[in-house]
Ligand binder design. Structure first.
Ligand code: CU
Length: 263
C-alpha cells in the first residue's frame, strides 16, 4: 500500500512538472512583439526576434531572440553573436552591441544594440546550437526618435570618437529618477565599439524655458560594461536639458553635451 502511494505520488510529481514545462513553453511573451521569424542558413534551426515596439529607433535598443530546432522546440544554450551592420555604399560600419549570455531566460536571449544612425541596418547574427552553426541577417529600418537618444563627441583627451546613449529614465516622473547612460569608444573602421569605463561625468539638469535647474542630482558613475548610473531630479514637467560634461584623466574630453527630455 505504501509502495503504491509512493508510485502514485511520483507519477503525480512527474505529471505536474511536465505540465509546468508546457506552461513555460506556451507562455505568451509578455509585452514583446515578434518582428522577425526565419531560418538559420545552413542549419535546421529557426530564429525569432522580439522587441518592445514594432518601430525601431536610433537609440539604446533591447531585443530578444528565440532559437528553435526544426520541430519548434526552444534551445536553451545557444551561442549567439550579433553584429549590427550598415552598408552606406561608400563605407560599411557597425554599432555598439551587448551580446547575450549563453543561456536563455524564459526561452529568450536578450541583447542590446545602439543604432548610431537612422536608416537601413542589418542584424547579422551567428548562432551555434545543437552542434550546428549558421547565420541569419535580419533587416531593420531605424527611425529618428523625437529627441536624439545617441550622441557623440571627439575626445580632447585622446582624439577618439565616443558615442553615448540614453538608457534611463524611459518614463520620467516629477521627482528623483534613476538615470543611466552608456558610453562606447569607436574602434578601427567603426567596426567595433568597446564599452568605455574611463569617463568622469558631470550632470547638470536645466529647464531652458524657465532658466532654472534642480537640486539633489547625482552624476552618473561607471557601474560596469560602459554603463554609468546616477540620479536626475525633475522638479516639474516640461522640456529639460540634461547637460553633461565628460572628463577623462583630468582632461575635459567632451563638453557642452546634453540630452533633451520632454514629459
Ligand atoms: Cu551609417
Amino acid at each position: 500500500m505504501k509502495k503504491l502511494f509512493l508510485i502514485v505520488s511520483v507519477l503525480f510529481a512527474v505529471i505536474m512538472s511536465s505540465c509546468k514545462k508546457d506552461e513555460v513553453q506556451q507562455q505568451p511573451v509578455i509585452n514583446l512583439e515578434k518582428i522577425y521569424e526565419g531560418s538559420v542558413e545552413g542549419t535546421g534551426l529557426k530564429v525569432e526576434l522580439y522587441s518592445k515596439q514594432i518601430s525601431q529607433y536610433a537609440q539604446y535598443s533591447t531585443f530578444w531572440i528565440a532559437v528553435k530546432d526544426a520541430a519548434g522546440n526552444p534551445i536553451q544554450n545557444a551561442t549567439i553573436n550579433v553584429v549590427p551592420f550598415m552598408d552606406m555604399g561608400s563605407m560599411q560600419h557597425s554599432a555598439p552591441v551587448e551580446n547575450p549570455s549563453a543561456s536563455a531566460v524564459d526561452n529568450l536571449y536578450k541583447f542590446s544594440a545602439v543604432f548610431i544612425m537612422t536608416g537601413n541596418w542589418a542584424l547579422n547574427i551567428n548562432i551555434t546550437a545543437n552542434s550546428q552553426t549558421g547565420a541569419v541577417s535580419i533587416p531593420l529600418n531605424i527611425q529618428a526618435p523625437a529627441k536624439p537618444k545617441v550622441k557623440s563627441f571627439t575626445s580632447s583627451a585622446d582624439g577618439s570618437k565616443y558615442f553615448y546613449a540614453y538608457i534611463e529614465p524611459t518614463s520620467p516622473v516629477v521627482g528623483i529618477n534613476d538615470m543611466e547612460i552608456a558610453v562606447f569608444k569607436t574602434g578601427p573602421m567603426m567596426m567595433t565599439f568597446p564599452p568605455d569605463s574611463s569617463m568622469t561625468i558631470g550632470l547638470e539638469p536645466e529647464m531652458p524655458s524657465m532658466g532654472h535647474g534642480s537640486p539633489n542630482n547625482v552624476s552618473p558613475v561607471h557601474i560596469g560594461n560602459g554603463h554609468y548610473k546616477g540620479k536626475v531630479n525633475f522638479t516639474m514637467t516640461g522640456l529639460w536639458k540634461l547637460n553633461l560634461d565628460f572628463m577623462s584623466g583630468g582632461t575635459l574630453a567632451g563638453e557642452d553635451q546634453y540630452f533633451e527630455i520632454e514629459f
